[in-house]
Design a protein around this ligand. Structure first.
Ligand code: 2HG
Ligand code: ZN
Length: 497
């Protein structure tokens, strides 16, 4: 798709919509301006795009038909799940001349849970199934689908896989990719690729499934999946603790890993300025907040006695109170209390947004270097951007932090907006220096210029070549992840956003 083919006469527009309606049924070709507007706005409500129509196919064959039609008619297609991407990965590029020719492909009608095989520990689902429903269905079958994040009530399995989503259980169960055994994908040329295997060992050639997972809708449209279920824990012990200092997190984490092994199912780090908006919005912290806090879960199985487990945990932690690693801790006594502790953590993004928002950096560095990374970056902030208010939180166990940066109250809550680009650059340079990733769990989406600046040129070249193999005309999610074709329209304003 060339950016020169961008305009559309009213006559062509009506003809294309008519032809789409003939294929999908008029009810499934949405042209209502309000609905298009809502679906074209990203979840951070910062990028308002436009589109020709929203399409809601009911089968993989209809998805295939749409892609063939798009290719013939010089249209582009943005696959969209629950539209929870924080990086503009599922919405049109604002101001793009391609928008007149953009179809947003919503998988919401394809939302069935097709079956659970309890012996194999797998669940087969359609891509539009909402994550929370999938988790509940697994639980009802006595199993666990462990991928879990704040947007799970809206996020769909297809989007979760396309983005290779992370969440709070990665430290134990890995990211979405590790919890998926098979997928069905519709290719840009309309062929349906069946990779719906449900085996845990498959070395028969290249793993194409793992390539589509995490490709953010640029290589194909995921329409079905075989999910890998885990054993359902009998319960969990949830602890919210304040640290003596930042570096104490290293000792606490390694102590817990030694003590609990695979029972350590979540381990989050929270800085005080990240928690403050949640408290200001009316939530109560169970202990006096300190500069750095942690929230962790230890899961136990049926054969473990929860009281004995909690007692042995207290014993394991007591030296850490004595040496100052831990300042204070609250251990949830009931599941309701555990949920309340997790609410403090999960509400950080919404509370921060309500209090003025901030610059989001979804980064990872090796866990062993994370504290050094924070310290070095904070020193740079003091001299290069003294107005910054770091509001850091995230998945310490995975080496992944939401290195989000607001402005100090004296400067006003929106001060950061004029400085996003330079701050992203500063942070990303540090991330690269520490051998990390500038897109840890949310994906690349619109941040393609960040990738262009930070990736090894050979790695980038190979990524572009791959995109060209799967989608030679560039009709899938243009301007996202990597620039392909080279002349695809870019929005200079969202270069670093
Ligand atoms: O809003 C963010 O920056 C992070 C969102 C999400 O990944 C989380 O961990 O809560
Ligand atoms: Zn996260």
């Amino acid at each position: 798709m060339s950016s020169t083919i961008s305009t559309l006469s009213e006559e062509d527009r009506l003809r294309l919509l008519r032809e789409l309606s003939d294929r999908l049924g008029a009810d499934h070709v949405i042209t209502d301006a309000g609905e298009i507007k809502a679906a074209s706005l990203d979840s951070r409500r910062r990028r308002q795009g436009e589109a020709l129509a929203l399409l809601r196919p009911g089968t993989p064959e209809e998805v295939a038909e749409i892609l063939r039609f798009a290719s013939r008619s010089h249209l582009v297609v943005i696959p969209q799940g629950g539209n929870t991407s924080t990086v503009g990965g599922a919405t049109p590029n604002p101001e793009s001349p391609l928008n007149a020719r953009t179809l947003i492909l919503q998988l919401s009608r394809m939302n069935r849970i097709l079956g659970i095989d309890a012996v194999n520990g797998t669940m087969t689902v359609e891509a539009g199934a909402v994550l929370e429903r999938v988790q509940a269905a697994a639980r009802e079958a006595g199993k666990l689908f462990p991928v879990s994040f704040a947007a799970q009530g809206t996020a769909q399995i297809g989007g979760m896989l396309a983005a290779n989503a992370g969440g709070v259980h990665v430290v134990r169960y890995g990211m979405a990719r590790r919890n998926c055994l098979g997928i069905e994908v519709v290719l840009a040329d309309g062929r349906i690729l069946n990779l719906m295997r449900s085996v845990r060992k498959d070395n028969a050639g290249y793993d194409l499934k793992d390539l589509f997972i995490g490709s953010e809708g640029t290589l194909g449209v995921i329409t079905k999946a075989v999910l890998d279920l885990s054993a359902l824990p009998a319960g969990r012990i949830t602890v919210f603790a304040s640290l003596g200092e930042l570096r104490a997190v290293e000792k606490l984490f390694t102590t817990l890993e030694d003590f609990a092994g695979p029972s350590l199912t979540a381990f989050e780090l929270i800085s005080k300025p990240a928690l403050e908006p949640v408290i200001a919005a009316g939530r109560k912290a169970p202990i006096e907040p300190s500069d750095w806090m942690v929230l962790f879960d230890l899961s136990y199985t049926k054969r473990e006695d929860p009281e004995a487990f909690a007692e042995s945990l207290t014993d394991a932690l007591s030296p850490l109170f004595e040496d100052g690693t831990l300042a204070d801790a609250a251990i949830a006594q009931t599941e309701t209390q555990a949920e309340a502790l997790w609410t403090l953590r999960e509400e950080i993004p919404t509370a921060v947004r309500a209090s003025g928002g901030n610059i989001k950096n979804d980064i990872s560095v090796p866990r062993g270097s994370l504290c050094a990374f924070i310290e070095e970056t904070y020193v740079r902030f003091e001299t290069e951007a003294p107005w910054l208010l770091p509001m850091i939180f995230g998945h310490y166990g995975d080496g992944n932090l939401h290195f989000n940066l607001g402005s100090k109250p004296d400067f006003g809550p929106g001060y950061w907006k004029a400085h996003e680009r330079e701050i992203h650059r500063l942070v990303n340079d540090e991330v690269v220096k520490f051998g990390g990733s500038v897109a840890a769990e949310h994906g690349v989406g619109a941040k393609i210029q960040v990738l262009e600046r930070t990736k090894d040129p050979l790695e980038l070249e190979l990524m572009k070549k791959l995109r060209g193999v799967f989608d030679p005309e560039g009709i899938l999610n243009p301007g996202r992840v990597v620039r392909y074709p080279e002349d695809v329209w870019q929005n200079p304003k969202e270069a670093w956003d």
